[in-house]
Design a protein around this ligand. Structure first.
Ligand code: MG
Length: 400
């Protein structure tokens, strides 16, 4: 069989870089990189182009295009076809020689390109959970229509995909997502109130980008994953549970109607999930260190604390309500997380901003792409208003 073509959206990010490590370990006879989409990390992108010679590369804008050209000339590397912006990402996602698209951009920017890849019948290895949160219905409908496969790269969903292989849906009682609990798992409410950006960026078990690391600290990441699991596997809000498991060795579990629980375990390295999504239904040897359970000796589990981590309840509410509310919540969260990173609002302001935007939102049906984009835009405007108000309160009263 000829090498399968891979396009990577978000090639210079954490998942993108790990995808290259997987592709390099599998070898060029299995996969060939045909197109890359990135933002503005010119140095890293130039490395990737030099090594893999893709046909097509998309960057943020013309300014980055010029910088990238200059960098490639300097290195004596031939320049691939260069495109920009969302239209550029869509070209990457629908490249005729791409059999598989790794969707690993951060946040809402990957939404339209991922949808187009599914419409074009590509296998999508999905790391961008926001796309399913915003418009799971549109995504899954597009995949069904074209016959595209949607393979989760998110470790929990990748685990669930493995657990559900060969099982009858009617024989599964519920799915159980594990959560590391984030850096504030053992902190009391007062300490969480005072959390700094640097503290929130310290993830105990996974090494990831800034946005998802903050989401892991608020546990919104797990909330987003509940919605993601709903769309991937068709379980309702009442059939999806969360258990905090600090070691992150069990990546998730399913509970069968007879009470049997099936768990997927592994080392905490995203390369496993990426490789699985690329090579499914086959499995190939991996150079990852095997799991050493005897050395771990114990695994711990606890209930998630909904009071200290209100984002979980917000996500369940968005899933139960449906329509445009999940997209609204997602956009408000992105804005609030960025405002926290920029030190405009405090850590506990993140759920407050999201909740106020959700409370104000008039929920509509998710008819089409425009409904999603409208909900996303208006939620960002509303979130910015809420953020400005909160940051003003902080300045006036001196407390968050
Ligand atoms: Mg995850």
């Amino acid at each position: 069989m000829p090498a399968r073509g891979v396009a990577i959206l978000g090639s210079t990010g954490s998942i993108g870089c790990n995808t290259f490590r997987v592709l390099e370990s599998l070898g060029p006879e299995k996969f060939r990189v045909v197109a890359l989409g990135a933002g503005r990390n010119v140095a890293k992108l130039a490395d990737q182009i030099a090594r893999h010679q893709p046909d097509l590369v998309s960057v943020e804008n013309e300014k980055v295009t010029a910088q990238l050209k200059a960098e490639l000339h300097k290195r004596g590397v031939s320049v691939p076809r260069l495109v920009t912006g969302e239209a550029g990402l869509v070209e990457v996602a629908t490249h005729p020689n791409a059999d598989c698209v790794v969707s690993a951009t951060v946040g809402a920017v990957g939404f339209v390109p991922t949808l187009r890849a599914l419409e074009a019948g590509k296998r999508v290895a999905l790391a961008n959970k926001e796309t399913l949160v915003m418009a799971g219905e549109l995504m899954t409908r597009a995949a069904e229509k074209s016959g595209a496969e949607l393979l989760p790269v998110d470790s929990e969903h990748n685990a669930l995909h493995q657990c559900l292989r060969g099982e009858q849906r009617s024989e599964v009682r519920r799915i159980i997502l594990t959560a590391s609990g984030g850096p504030f798992r053992t902190r009391d409410k007062a300490a969480i109130q005072a959390a700094t950006v640097a503290e929130a960026l310290q993830h105990p078990t996974w090494n990831m980008g800034a946005k998802i690391t903050i989401d892991s600290a608020t546990l919104m990441n797990k909330g987003l994953e509940v919605i993601e699991a709903h769309w991937l596997f068709g379980f309702g809000a009442d059939e999806i549970s969360i258990v905090v498991h600090p070691e992150s060795i069990i990546h998730s579990m399913i509970e069968m109607v007879d009470g049997s629980v099936i768990a997927q375990m592994g080392v905490t390295d995203m390369r496993h999930a990426i490789q699985y999504a690329l090579t499914y239904p086959e499995r190939y040897p991996s150079d990852l260190a095997p799991l050493d359970l005897a050395r771990l000796s114990s695994l711990h589990f606890e209930e998630p604390d909904l009071e200290r981590f209100p984002c979980i309840s917000l996500a369940y509410r968005a899933l139960r309500t449906g329509g445009t509310l999940p997209a609204t919540m997602n956009a408000a969260n992105e804005e609030a997380v960025q405002a926290f990173i920029d030190e405009r609002i405090s850590f506990p302001d993140i759920p407050r901003v999201i909740e106020s935007v959700m409370d104000e939102h008039d929920v509509a049906d998710l008819k089409d792409l425009h409904a999603v984009i409208d909900a996303d835009r208006s939620a960002r405007v509303a979130a910015q208003a809420a953020i400005t108000q909160r940051s003003r309160e902080v300045r006036v009263t001196g407390v968050a």
